[in-house]
Design a protein. Structure first.
Length: 115
């Protein structure tokens, strides 16, 4: 008998595909952020125009809080979907959690950045 893969379970698909969808949204958002950042830098270098700096700071603070939260919750969900195997070193989730979990509160409570 062949063991079913986690992705074969509909409940796991729902939980994992939500994280996959978040990844695509983050990628699209990052493209726009890089575009806005380049525009801000060009305005500063060519025109000495700093008008985009304040909005960019606000956007980045909110995006950082959101992306850190989504990353932490996504890794946690994927680890939970793996059951006990998610805690094994070879699964890699413990290293990811160790790297990502401080980002949620490293520079202060994310609740403040979400305001």
């Amino acid at each position: 008998m062949v063991e079913r893969k986690l992705i074969d379970y509909q409940t796991h698909q729902q939980r994992l595909f939500d994280n996959l969808a978040n990844l695509f949204v983050i990628q699209l958002a990052m493209r726009e952020i890089f575009y806005l950042y380049d525009k801000m830098i060009n305005n500063i270098q060519k025109k000495q125009d700093f008008s985009l700096m304040a909005p960019m700071h606000t956007i980045l603070a909110g995006i950082k809080a959101l992306f850190c939260h989504l990353g932490y919750e996504g890794i946690k969900t994927m680890r939970e979907c793996c059951g006990g195997a998610g805690f094994h070193k070879y699964a890699g989730f413990s290293m990811l959690m160790q790297a990502v979990s401080p980002l949620v509160t490293l520079e202060g409570d994310s609740v403040v950045m979400n305001l």
